[in-house]
Structure formats: C-alpha cells, structure tokens
Design a protein around this ligand. Structure first.
Ligand SMILES: NC(=O)c1ccc[n+]([C@@H]2O[C@H](COP(=O)([O-])OP(=O)(O)OC[C@H]3O[C@@H](n4cnc5c(N)ncnc54)[C@H](O)[C@@H]3O)[C@@H](O)[C@H]2O)c1
Ligand SMILES: O=C(O)C(=O)C[C@@H](O)[C@H](O)[C@H](O)COP(=O)(O)O
Ligand SMILES: [Zn+2]
Length: 359
C-alpha cells in the first residue's frame, strides 16, 4: 500500500507534525514515545465503537483505558475534566503515561486540558475526527473548558506530540458538521490564504466533498496557515490573535445560544461582523465584505443574527481574552490576507456594524 500521507510541521520550541492522510491511524503510536505504558483515550459517545477499535490497535503495546465524555460543548466542563482526572488517578497514571483526544474540537480541547493539568503535564496525542478539529482545534495547543461566564475561559497552552488527521474518519461526519468546519477554513482563507477562497468559489460542491482532491487541498492549506502562525507565536503574544478573526462576536453568540449553535456557525456570523467593522472604519472595500457573505452563504452558513440581542452580546464580549482592561480588541482586515487589530472601538461603531448583520 502506498503512503499518501502529508506531514505538516509545527516548528519552534514545541515542534511536532500534523499527519494528514487516509488510513493513518497507525501513526498514533509515533506520538506516544518509548516510556509510555498507560494511555487514556478520551472520546464522545458517538465514537464509542471507533474508540474501542483504536484501543484494540494499541493494546499490544499499552494498557489502554477509555473515557467516554458527554457530547460536544457538554464535554468542555470542569466536572468532565475532574472525571478524567479521577480515571487517571485510580489507574495510577504517572508522568510517563499519555492522553489521546479522539473526537471533535470539544473533545480535543478537553483532552488537551486534562493532559496539560494531570501531574502538570503528560504526553498528548490529538486525533481529530471532525473537519473543524483537523483544520483548527487539534492543532496549535490551545486547550480549555468553558465556565458559566463564557467560552474557553479556563485552559492552557499545551502542545501535542503529534496530530493524526485521518480523512477516513470524516465519512461518518454529518454534512452540517462538515459545513460548520468550513467556517474555520474560510477564516484561514481571509486572514492568510486567498487560494482557499478561490477553490471554494470555483466549485462549492467539490470543495465540500470529503472524497475530492479539492477538499484535501483545503484541509492542507488551512492546517498550513495554523501551523505557520502557532510556530511563530505559540502563546498568543501577538500574531496568533489573527486566528481569532470572527471569534469575538462568535464566542458571545455561542454563549448567548447556550452552546446550541455550532462553533463554526457562530464564527461565520462573527466574521461578517468583523468584516463590517473593517468596512465602517474605511479599511475594507465593500466587495470583500460581499465576498464574505457570498462564500459563507454558498456553504449554507449563517451571516446574520437577531437584532434585539446586542446588549447581551456586548456584555459577553467584554470578557473576550483579547480585551485589555475595559478595552475591547477585534481582529479586522485591511484587505484579504492583511489582518490587523482594532483597539478600543467606540460603542457606536460596534453597534453600527451590528446593525449591518442584524436580522
Ligand atoms: N483549541 C482550538 O484552537 C480550537 C479551534 C477551533 C475550535 N475549537 C473548539 O472546538 C469546538 C468545536 O469543535 P467541533 O466543531 O469539532 O465540534 P464537536 O467536537 O462538538 O463535534 C461535533 C459533533 O460531531 C460528532 N462527531 C465527531 N466526530 C465524528 C465523526 N467522525 N463521525 C460522526 N460524528 C462525529 C460529535 O460527537 C459532535 O456531536 C468548540 O468547542 C470550539 O471552541 C478549539
Ligand atoms: O488557535 C487559536 O489561537 C484560535 O484562536 C483558533 C480559534 O478558531 C479557536 O476557536 C480558539 O479556541 C479560540 O480561542 P480563544 O482564545 O478565543 O478561546
Ligand atoms: Zn474557532
């Protein structure tokens, strides 16, 4: 069998590869290292059968425990982290043992946080099973959980030893989850990689078909953007903030919707909002804002939000991690692939941009 996998490197102090391909799950062992004896596979209920298969695959070399956690955002809670800590404690996990995050972004965020905190850090292997997880969440070492006050408010920067993105895992992923993942693909296009936008516009059906060459190219381009950014700025001292394009409003929408909206859907609205902010400050031409709406609509992603929710969203946005004191900061665009920071915008400007996306 020929190996058609691609290895995209993250460089710097915490170097590792993102392995992309079909049938590449056997690469998980590459990230575990020689000293590892026990492995905890963290997975959602949806992937119970596949997680058991992964366990079988690893059993000849490791003692493998499974931790099934609640699905989606319900898994990103401190009680769920505590459940994983309990499983590891009762199985005498030591510093040489490891955690595997096997699921979508919610699982890889939680599993990463558990690995970062258990004994102050054990080996972490990320095996994303959603498009969003492959192109974004499992890459770059941002891990975390939500609190009642907001999204991802507790967490750690903690790198995996490898990310294994097996495209075969996407065959069972519902179409709406593929499309939600495309929000982060489009984000990578607008902040850094215009070819992504061209490929989607050329043929949206092929672009979103997990068996097409275009889909694979989009995955690799998007991972490439993320890998380059986090290689330069792992702990978000500066450049990494561009990956937050669309997220300031997006996270506030997720919180307002009690996490019943897909992350990608909320980020989609958030990107149109950020583009409108850019347009209203005079830095972005109308055509680029229109391009946001056209591409996201072609992917059936939302581009508007109910008019009456502004005060709630504004209050939640104050807790955004990019804020400094009372000053909000947004990632905006001066052009395609030219992101910048808008510091302390007037409330009137924020509201005017909201009116442009209000339905
Ligand atoms: N750490 C980061 O850098 C980063 C980046 C982007 C997003 N995120 C986080 O990622 C989360 C969103 O991730 P997501 O969109 O993957 O959502 P998710 O993890 O909730 O998964 C979406 C759904 O798909 C199901 N699923 C997963 N894999 C499947 C498969 N192969 N077949 C069938 N069903 C499958 C899950 O059970 C779930 O119901 C959010 O919490 C977001 O904050 C983190
Ligand atoms: O990796 C990053 O940095 C990102 O901002 C990627 C985002 O897509 C992701 O949703 C991230 O979890 C948001 O981070 P946060 O710091 O705003 O919670
Ligand atoms: Zn995101």
């Amino acid at each position: 069998m020929t190996d058609d996998s691609t290895a995209i490197p993250v460089t710097g102090d915490t170097a590792y590869d993102i392995v992309v391909g079909r049938g590449v799950l056997d690469r998980v062992g590459d990230g575990l290292g020689p000293g590892v004896k026990k492995v905890l596979v963290v997975h959602p209920p949806t992937l119970a059968v596949l997680a058991a298969e992964l366990r079988e695959q690893l059993l000849d070399r490791y003692e493998v425990l499974l931790a099934e956690i609640p699905d989606a955002e319900a898994g990103k809670r401190v009680e769920v982290a505590a459940f994983c800590w309990q499983v590891m404690g009762q199985a005498d996990f030591t510093r040489t043992d490891a955690v595997i995050g096997f699921g979508g972004g919610a699982v890889t965020d939680l599993a990463g946080f558990v690995a970062a905190t258990w004994l102050r850090g054990v080996t972490l292997v990320q095996v994303p099973t959603t498009l969003l997880g492959m192109v974004d969440a499992a890459v770059g070492g941002k891990t975390g959980i939500n609190t009642n006050e907001g999204k991802n408010l507790v967490g750690a920067f903690y790198p995996p030893s490898i990310v294994v993105a097996d495209l075969d895992l996407l065959t069972s992923l519902p179409r709406n989850e593929i499309l939600a993942g495309f929000a982060e693909v489009v984000k990578a296009g607008f902040i850094s990689e215009p070819e992504i936008l061209d490929i989607i516009e050329a043929d949206v059906d092929r672009a979103t078909d997990p068996t097409s060459d275009e889909f694979r190219r989009l995955i690799e381009l998007s991972i490439g953007v993320k890998a380059r950014v986090v290689s330069t700025d792992f702990k978000e001292a500066g450049l990494r903030e561009i990956l937050n394009y669309g997220h300031t409003l997006g996270h506030a929408i997720e919180h307002a919707e009690r996490y019943q909206w897909r992350h990608g859907a909320a980020v989609s609205v958030g990107m149109v909002y950020a583009a409108e902010l850019s347009r209203l400050t005079g830095s972005l031409p109308d055509a680029v804002v229109d391009r946001h709406r056209d591409i996201l609509t072609s992917l059936t992603l939302p581009t508007s939000y109910p008019a009456g929710r502004w005060q709630t969203l504004l209050a939640t946005m104050q807790r955004d991690k990019k804020s400094r004191g009372g000053m909000l900061r947004f990632i905006v665009l001066d052009d395609i692939a030219r992101p910048s920071v808008l510091q302390g915008p007037e409330t009137a400007l924020l509201f005017a941009a909201y009116q442009e996306i209000a339905s």
